[in-house]
Design a protein around this ligand. Structure first.
Ligand SMILES: [Zn+2]
Length: 74
């Protein structure tokens, strides 16, 4: 039905770890590193038709290396 899982993600620009797309409560996506916790800003969507685009946008941001460093001690 959708192909969120097929969106390709680069390794984490900070630590080289594996990244994954996370959906936030049915309204947004972020991409987060499974190792260090670096993540992108949320990419929101308002309608189901925009869902895949929002996921792609989050992945694109991640792949550009525009990630937010995890706060120390978080
Ligand atoms: Zn990382």
């Amino acid at each position: 039905m959708d192909s969120i899982d097929t969106i390709s993600l680069q390794d984490c620009p900070l630590c080289g770890g594996a990244a994954a797309i996370f959906e936030e409560g049915g309204w947004a996506f972020t991409v987060q590193c499974c190792d260090c916790g670096a993540h992108t800003a949320v990419s929101t969507y308002n309608r189901p038709e925009e869902r895949h685009e929002a996921a792609s946008r989050a992945a694109y941001t991640w792949n550009l290396g525009k990630v937010i460093n995890p706060a120390p001690g978080e």
